[in-house]
Ligand binder design. Structure first.
Ligand code: OXD
Ligand code: MN
Length: 587
């Protein structure tokens, strides 16, 4: 427990508001967790799965109206509308508190208030931050215990400080008309009502570690980014770290846990996972950029995860995992989802809770956004630096998206400022692209569109300022595109583990070991510098996906100009200059 006056006063205030029957402080101990699991099983909130095949694993179903993050009902409640910027929904904080307190009032009646002290990042790390979440859901408690560091040590690390984030979650009636996910960056506060779905209620994740933390990073001179972090070990045993941002559905978790192809494994290359979703980065005493993964687990999309697509993610789900909205295989009391294997269960319950025969039913067994909440320690390739207090030094930042034609397999930006331009123009095409038609382009700067807690023009400015501080110690910035399509709509590049061949080029560039070809958009590899050994892929095809077509890029530049208009006066002039230089280079 704690004697921190700011914490105790806030808990009292919230208690008076939501009016719980009792209050339980979570300490994360095994006894307490076991007791809460048993309670949740007794109430039907969780189902216990096969203890031999999936030890300490549980299944949960959300309400059918509550299966994903709700961007339309997510608000940044800054005092000035201008400070939320053109890409966020905004609500006046006074009005928001009044409305939310109205909804929350007495909503814990007949329920228990759980007080969860949690650390984002290793407890006590100078890069970590502390939060307290109040919830009336055991499911939330058990997920938070996996996804963050929860223990009494968090209170000790906090001491008397007022530097902590307040998170209030109220399930209420899961009424979608009254569902709100509100961030108050100026107050370090999050209020989430009428949802029980992960991304809306595990307040450490998107709400704190990205929306609130991006604002804190801006004010305090560090960065909170929607990035995976991975370590690449070479045959000499040297490990270099990269951070990478991709919009959803571009395989972030797969890249974070990839297995290099056999040829490179035999040579001694290895990949180590530090994080799959979020990176907090600060300039270290040595002037380099150091990163931690603030999370302690993976909240991954289940469908499509299998031994081949992501062996390490699947292995991570084999113990101590909570599955949400997947199918329940009644024959052996395990779980199943589309893409797990080619053998769907016949005797099962689908994600909505109805009997389901996977062999004959037209319906899906698992919701497309069904999830596993798995402890990071389960991951076979978890980095030895995962618990490091100082984090890992970042050599390269990689942006990417799903583009059928435009972007080459990989290119390096000309410098940091040019890299910020590349990130600010990041885009992905809707999966219509997969069937051959060029899909609809959605611009998603740095993959932060739904997660930036302040004006994106200020966010770009902050990136530029960080680059100035980092100077020649700044990570090099790259862009990748695994998703180029041929004229029949097939992916050209094999992807998955073979992406390691591209990562090796990126590391070689960071170390000045390899030349490149300068193009109007940046530096592209010479085809012979991407190692294709043991891969059935000819160099002419590789050349075709390294090409930068001037006409396509002239169209792209025009679209970026359109995209930039939304940021108004806050768009940094440096980025306008970058765009103008690109246009001139394409002439
Ligand atoms: C996620 C997301 O769940 O980005 O990580 O939507
Ligand atoms: Mn994410």
């Amino acid at each position: 427990m704690t004697t921190n006056k700011t914490v105790l006063a806030w808990i009292d205030e919230m208690k008076a508001l939501v009016n719980p029957d009792n209050v339980v402080f979570i300490d994360g101990s095994d006894e307490q967790i076991e007791q809460l699991r048993a309670e949740a099983v007794a109430s039907g909130e969780l189902e216990k799965l096969n203890e031999e095949l999936l030890p300490d694993c549980y299944l949960h179903r959300t309400k059918v109206n509550d299966v994903a993050r709700v961007e339309g009902r997510t608000f940044i409640c800054a005092r000035e509308k201008e400070n939320a910027g053109p890409t966020n929904n905004w609500m006046d904080p006074k009005e928001a508190y009044e409305m939310l307190y109205g909804i929350a009032k007495n909503s814990y009646k007949g329920r228990t208030m759980y007080v969860i002290p949690f650390s984002m990042g290793p407890i006590g790390s100078p890069l970590a931050k502390i939060g307290v979440e109040l919830t009336d859901s055991i499911y939330v408690v058990l997920n938070m215990v996996i996804m963050t560091r929860v223990s009494n040590e968090v209170w000790t690390a906090l001491g008397d400080s007022n530097d902590w984030v307040r998170g209030l979650h109220c399930r209420c009636d899961i009424d979608e008309e009254k569902r709100y996910i509100c961030q108050f960056p100026e107050d370090n506060t999050i209020i989430s009502v009428n949802s029980g779905y992960g991304g809306n209620v595990l307040l450490g994740k998107k709400c704190f570690a990205l929306r609130i933390a991006s604002y804190q990073g801006w004010k305090e001179g560090w960065m909170a980014e929607h990035m995976l972090i991975l370590g690449i070990e070479n045959p000499k045993g040297e490990v270099k770290y990269v951070a990478a941002a991709f919009p959803s559905a571009c395989g972030k978790t797969n890249l974070a846990m990839m297995i290099p192809p056999k040829y490179l494994r035999d040579k001694g290359y290895k990949v180590w996972t530090v994080g799959d979703d979020i990176a907090w980065m600060r300039i270290g005493e040595d002037g380099r950029l150091w990163a931690i993964n603030p999370e302690n687990g993976f909240f991954g999309v289940a469908p499509g995860t299998n031994e081949k697509s992501n062996y390490n993610a699947l292995a991570s789900t084999k113990k101590g995992t909570i599955f949400t909205n997947v199918a329940h295989n009644l024959d052996n009391n395990t779980v199943w989802w589309e893409g797990l294997d080619k053998n769907p269960p016949e005797n099962a319950i689908e994600w909505k809770g109805n009997p389901w025969n996977g062999k004959t039913s037209e319906e899906k067994g698992a919701h497309p956004n069904s999830r596993f909440t798995a402890p990071a320690v389960n991951c076979p390739c978890i980095s030895s630096e995962f618990e490091s207090q100082s984090g890992v030094p970042i050599s390269a930042i990689i942006f990417g998206g799903r583009r059928a034609k435009t972007a080459p397999l990989v290119y390096q930006s000309k410098n940091w400022e040019n890299g910020v331009f590349v990130g600010s123009a990041m885009a992905s095409e809707t999966t219509a692209a997969a069937s051959g038609a060029v899909g609809v382009v959605r611009r998603d700067p740095m993959a932060m569109l739904p997660f930036c807690g302040y004006h994106m023009g200020d966010y770009f400015r902050h990136w530029l300022e960080m680059g100035k501080k980092l100077g020649d110690k700044a990570p090099k910035i790259f862009n990748v595109n695994w998703f180029r399509l041929d004229d029949e709509g097939h992916f050209i590049w094999p992807g998955f583990g073979d992406n390691m061949r591209v990562l090796n080029w990126i590391i070689d560039r960071c170390e000045g070991k390899v030349d490149a070809v300068e193009t109007p958009i940046g530096f592209v590899p010479k085809a012979e510098d991407i190692d294709l050994t043991d891969l059935d892929f000819d160099i002419e095809t590789l050349k075709s996906i390294l090409e930068v077509d001037k006409d396509t890029w002239a169209k792209e530049a025009a679209e970026i100009e359109e995209h930039y208009k939304k940021f108004g006066d806050k768009l940094p002039e440096e980025l306008v200059n970058q765009l103008n230089t690109l246009k001139a280079n394409l002439k």
